[in-house]
Design a protein around this ligand. Structure first.
Ligand code: ADP
Ligand code: MG
Length: 183
C-alpha cells in the first residue's frame, strides 16, 4: 500500500471513531413483580427534573432497601396514588430504579413521574407505587452530541411509551389492585 493510501485509511478510521453515534434506545415491555411500595415522597437532588418538565416524586429509600434487591436498574411503568393530592386517584407512572448515570448519583433511587397535573407539590405525602413492568435499561447520554436534549427526548418518549403500555390488557388491571383500596 502506498503511503498516501495508508494515510487515507488511518484518517478514515479516526473519522469513523469520531462520528460514532450512540446505540439507539430500545424499549421492550417485560412484566415484573408487581412490586407494591408505600412510603413518603422525599426530596431528591433537585437537579432539574422539574425544570426539564418531568418532575419525579422520589420514594423514601427506607421502603425499598430490601424489597427491590433483584430489580434491574432501568426505566419501569406502574400505577401511583398520592394520599391527599390529585383526588387520591390512581394515575399512570413512569419511573426509574437505580443510580442515575447522568448525575453520577451514589445512592439508589426510585423516582416516579406521575402522569397527572397536580395543583401543588406533595413532599411528605404518602405515595403508593405499584411497579408492574420494565422497559429499558438506564442509558448514559454523555456520548450524544447534545446530552441534555437527548435526555429530554428520551424521557418524553419514555412517558409516551409507558402510558401506551399501561393501556395494554396485561397492565391496565393493576389500576384496580387491592393495594390502592387498602389503607
Ligand atoms: P426532587 O429532586 O426533589 O425529586 P423534582 O424536580 O424531581 O425534585 O420534583 C419532584 C416533586 O415535584 C415531587 O416530589 C412532587 O412534590 C412534585 N410534583 C408535581 N407534579 C408531579 C408529577 N406529575 N409527578 C411527580 N412529581 C410531581
Ligand atoms: Mg425527583
Amino acid at each position: 500500500m502506498r503511503l498516501s493510501a495508508l494515510a487515507l485509511v488511518i484518517a478514515s478510521v479516526i473519522a469513523t471513531e469520531a462520528v460514532t453515534t450512540p446505540m439507539p434506545i430500545e424499549r421492550v415491555i417485560r412484566a415484573v413483580g408487581p412490586h407494591r411500595l408505600k412510603g413518603a415522597v422525599v426530596q431528591g437532588f433537585q437537579r432539574g427534573s422539574k425544570q426539564l418538565g418531568w418532575p419525579t416524586a422520589n420514594l423514601d429509600p427506607k421502603v425499598f432497601t430490601t424489597s427491590l434487591d433483584d430489580a434491574e436498574e432501568g426505566v419501569y411503568v406502574g400505577w401511583a396514588a398520592i394520599d391527599g393530592h390529585g383526588g387520591g386517584a390512581v394515575h399512570k407512572a413512569v419511573l426509574s430504579i437505580g443510580w442515575n448515570p447522568v448525575y453520577q448519583n451514589k445512592e439508589r433511587t426510585v423516582e416516579a413521574y406521575i402522569c397527572h397535573d397536580f395543583d401543588e407539590d406533595f413532599y411528605g405525602a404518602q405515595m403508593k407505587l405499584l411497579i408492574c413492568a420494565f422497559f429499558r435499561p438506564q442509558a448514559d447520554f454523555k456520548d450524544y452530541e447534545k446530552p441534555f436534549e437527548a435526555l429530554i427526548e428520551a424521557i418524553t418518549t419514555d412517558v409516551a411509551f409507558g402510558k401506551a403500555a399501561l393501556d395494554s390488557d396485561a397492565l391496565k388491571g393493576f389500576r384496580e389492585d387491592g393495594f390502592f383500596a387498602a389503607s
